[in-house]
Structures are given as C-alpha cells and as structure tokens.
Design a binder for this molecule. Structure first.
Ligand code: FAD
Length: 508
C-alpha cells in the first residue's frame, strides 16, 4: 500500500528528510495550496506568491524526477482548505493510511499533524546544522544561552572559517568592524531581480484575487521562485554585495532598502538554498581573497550562528513562547504599522518599504519598527503577528525568537542580555533619516522633539526595577539620575502626551 509524503511550502528541498525516507516507486507526494495557511495570519501577498509559485515549480521538478505528485491548487473546487484536510482526502483517494512528513517549523502545524486521524511519521528536519538534540545538549546546565558561545561550536562543527582549531583571522567575531554608517553617495548593487514567468504570472493573478486585501503590494514582483534563480541570486550577492556586507551591516539609508544585505532569507527559509551551501559560497570567496574577513565572518555568523540559534531557542522554549510578555505590555499595535501616516521618517520608510517589498533589513526590523514598539509598550503578541505577516521570509521558528525575544524582550532575557532600545541618537548615527524628518533628533523635550528620545526614558523609568541592576544598563540610569528634575519631568510628561496622541489615532 502506498504512503503519502507531505511536502509543505517551506520544505522545497530535493533532499528533504521525508523524501529521503520515501519510495519513489510506490509512495505519493502530497502538496497543497490551502486557505488555512494563507490566512492564519494575513500574510503579505508577495510572500504568498513566492511560496505558491515555488511550490508549483518544485512539484514539476519532482514529477520530472519520477515522483508521483498529488498537487492541489488553491482554486481547486475539491480543495479541503487545510493541510490535514488535504491529507485525509488524498489518503482516501489513494487508499493510503500512513503519512511521512518532515517536521514543520511551527508548533501549530506540528500539533495538527500529531493529532491528525492518520498515522503520521514526523522526521527531523536535517537541513539545519544543529539538531534539536545537539541544541538541547549545548543548552543543558547553562545559566545563559548566549548566541556567541553556540556560534563557536557551530564553527568548529562545520569547519567554516577555521584554521585548524583556531578561528580564521585570529578572532571568532569581527562585529566591532561592522558598524559603519553608510556614506550618502553610496552605490549599492541591490539583489538580483527576476521577471515573472508563466507559472509565476498565474500565481500572481490568483493571489491578487484571493488575498488582494492583505497588507502589502503584490506588484512589481521580482523574487526568484525556483532553485536555479535562487542560486543566481546567491552568486550575485557573493560577487557584488558581500565584499561590503560587513562594513555597512548596521547602516540605514533613506532610498536604499537593501544596502549590502543578501536578501536570501526567503530562499533559504523555503528550502531553495541550503544554509551550508550559502556558507560554502562565502567561504570560497574568502579563500579566493575576494572578500575581507569581517564580511565573510559577519555573514557566516548570521547563518550558522543566529539562524541556527534562534531555531534552537524556538523549539527548546516550547509552545507558549509566542505568548510571553514579561514586561506586561498591552498597547495595541499603532495603525502606522499598517501604513497610516506618520511624521517619523525612519518608521515611515521602514513600513513603506515593508509594504512595497515584503523586506526590511535586520537593523530596520530591530532598531526602528521593533525599537518603537518596545519603547511604546505594544503587546508583543500583536508585534509578533505583524512580523509574521509582513515579511517574505517570515516563518514562525525564525520570526518568533527574533521578535518576541530579541526585539521585544518579552521572554525576559532568554535571547537578549538587555532590551534593544535606543533613543533617536542611534538612528541618527546609523542612518540619514533624521535629516529629512519632521522631528528634531537633537531635541530632547518640547515641540518637535524626536519621539524616540521621549519614549526611551519613559521606557527605562517604567521598567527601572527590572533593569537598573543590569550591568549593561546601569550607565543609562546614572545618566537619567544626573539630569535635572525639571527636565526629567518634562521628558516624562511629553512622552505621556505623545502616547495619548498615538492611542487616539492622531498623526504623530
Ligand atoms: P542579511 O542581513 O544579508 O543576512 C544574511 C542571512 O543571515 C539572512 O538571509 C538570514 O538567513 C540570516 N540571518 C541574519 N540575521 C538573522 C537572525 N537574526 N535570525 C535568523 N537568521 C538571520 N529572519 C528571517 O529569516 N525570518 C523572519 O521572519 C525574521 N523576522 C525577524 C523579526 C525581527 C523583529 C528581527 C529583528 C529580525 C528578524 N529576522 C528574520 C532576522 C533578519 O532580520 C533577517 O534574516 C534578515 O533581515 C533577512 O534579510 P537578508 O537576507 O538580506 O539578511
């Protein structure tokens, strides 16, 4: 009797565990475009289009390779609307009673498969460098789970950027070289772009009619949607952007959405590229003398360090991770996150770019949209839902730890040793937004003062008990205490007034 082999939209790798376990001669691959997955959060239309177009092309590759594939399109009248519904329908049609699946990257779907009225064998997703067992072993007995130490283990395990037992270049981490603001006249290459072919065009029409009311612009659409395109995008990045990736990693410029970032996360996360091959391409460029160590190390750290680490945390911390809210924040996500007018230039740019491209780079996510939500005390569950919806690369295993943990400190410091908060000064140092902003970043109180300046002190004051003894934050409290009392009072009352206006839906 045949078995069903489930392939989800972010499992588009030919060596995925479920396929490796299956028998091409007798088993049937099941792939399904289902409404449940497109709407459990209102995903950006570009994100839905990337996934559906890539699924259709992957199904064709599997068929060409000799697999039998039962593929359900979104508009199929028999579509059951959910993954488990489709498995049950196909099981009945094929007379199958067993399913082989690769572990989904989300507790929600893992539980649906676990409790499905079918026998489902869930294989480990071995596309990652660290298995769950390895991460648990590393975490066991440690007081703090800091990424840096995990990353060193990953360097040793993979051999990337190693000279024998020592790190290449004599240091594990070159982050201190990677904080340069970008010059205004910079010329950046941007990611490789792709014209939609016939398959992608059909998906774009479908997405426009089914999900056209979700936040985000579907067109122009220029993502790669197959492995060949993703490999081209990787080669383009390594040749044109990687050499400067390190230097300007934390920079932001008004009209430069990508700077020297890779824009490879959607491809890696859905399986078109493997993390190991991406790192190998960077290692090769370093070995050839084409890129400096701070670029190669900075990039490889993001992949075998941060990417693996956040996945480890997501699975280690368990199902309730996305509900955490240790700071007790409860403000509703302001409308400006959905494109409502704002006078704050940095936020306006980050949100407009997110709407247009389903992309923002790390510092925009962490130090602009994330920073503002944290300072303003927004409910982290709503922040999490926003990030999961609006980015083309957003899948819960990677999005949730970055949002709930790193960006909102809602996990109480599992990931971050202190909250990522800053006043306007940081944004001013790392970007050119403030020059064009209606607010004045140098103004600390009164009419026209940068809201980040007000909210920064308001946040620290509200959470003084929790943070004043944090060794990395003591300085901030000492600075606050040294300010004269009238100024402190003015800052706090201006912050209160600002938040009131924000809540009232005024343009701030
Ligand atoms: P680059 O800056 O060029 O980095 C190269 C690669 O490293 C990325 O493609 C990505 O695969 C990996 N990487 C870098 N930083 C991280 C990180 N912190 N965690 C995991 N991988 C990382 N990344 C996602 O892939 N999906 C998400 O849903 C996501 N949500 C985020 C939410 C918040 C609040 C924050 C602060 C970060 C989030 N990130 C997420 C991490 C990071 O911002 C993106 O991986 C990165 O911006 C993707 O763009 P890029 O390919 O140009 O990355």
């Amino acid at each position: 009797m045949s078995r069903l082999v489930l392939i989800l939209g972010d499992q588009l790798s030919e060596d995925i565990a479920a396929l490796a376990k299956a028998d091409k001669a007798s088993d049937v691959v099941v792939m399904a475009e289902v409404r449940d997955e497109g709407t459990y959060v209102r995903h950006h239309p570009k994100k839905i289009a990337v996934v559906l177009a890539a699924m259709r092309k992957f199904a064709k590759r599997l068929r060409d390779a000799g697999w039998t594939v039962d593929y359900t399109t979104l508009d199929d009248p028999d579509n059951a609307g959910s993954i488990v519904g489709e498995l049950l329908r196909r099981a009945e049609e094929r007379g199958a009673s067993e399913v082989i699946a690769t572990e989904p990257g989300e507790w929600r779907l893992i539980d649906k498969l676990r409790y499905a009225p079918l026998k489902v064998q869930i294989c480990d997703d071995d596309r990652f460098v660290a298995s769950h067992a390895m991460f648990q072993g590393w975490a066991e007995g440690r007081k703090a789970l800091r990424m840096e130490y995990f990353y060193r283990e990953m360097r040793r395990k993979t051999g990337f950027l190693m000279d024998g037992d020592d790190p290449a270049g004599g240091q594990w981490n070159f982050d201190h070289d990677n904080r340069k603001p970008a010059p205004d006249d910079i010329k950046t290459p941007g990611p490789m772009t792709f014209e939609p072919d016939q398959t992608t065009r059909a998906v774009l029409d479908l997405v426009a009619s089914e999900f056209g009311d979700h936040f985000g612009d579907l067109e122009p659409f220029d993502f790669a949607t197959d492995r060949a395109g993703a490999l081209q995008a990787l080669a383009h990045f390594v040749e044109h952007a990687l050499p400067c990736f390190g230097d300007y990693q934390d920079a932001m410029l008004d009209g430069e959405p990508y700077l020297y970032h890779a824009v490879l996360s959607p491809y890696i996360n859905i399986g078109l590229l493997s993390p190991r091959e991406v790192c190998q391409a960077v290692q090769d460029a370093y070995d050839a003398g084409d890129v400096p160590i701070n670029a190669a190390e900075g990039f490889i750290r993001q992949i075998i360090g941060w990417r693996e680490y956040v996945r480890g945390i997501y699975f280690l911390e368990g199902r309730d991770y996305t509900d955490r809210n240790v700071l007790g924040h409860s403000r509703d996500l302001p409308d400006l996150y959905w494109g409502a007018e704002t006078k704050m230039r940095c936020l306006r740019q980050a949100v407009a770019q997110t709407k247009a491209r389903a992309y923002a780079h790390h510092i925009q996510r962490l130090m602009v949209t994330g920073n503002f939500a944290l300072l303003a005390g927004v409910d982290p569950a709503q922040v999490h839902e926003w990030y999961l919806a609006v980015y083309a690369d957003a899948f819960e295993w990677v999005e949730a730890p970055n949002t709930v943990g790193m960006s909102q400190f809602a996990d109480g410091g599992v990931i971050a040793s202190k909250p990522y908060v800053s006043s306007g000064a940081y944004i001013n140092r790392m970007s050119d937004h403030c020059k064009q902003c209606s607010y004045k970043v140098t103004k600390k109180t009164g009419e026209g003062a940068c809201p980040f300046n007000l909210l920064y002190w308001d946040f620290l004051t509200r959470h003084r008990e929790r943070f004043e003894n944090n060794p990395r934050m003591g300085n901030m409290y000492r600075t606050w205490d040294r300010m004269d009392e009238d100024r402190r009072k003015a800052v706090l009352s201006d912050a209160k007034r600002f938040l009131k206006r924000l809540d009232a839906g005024e343009v701030v």
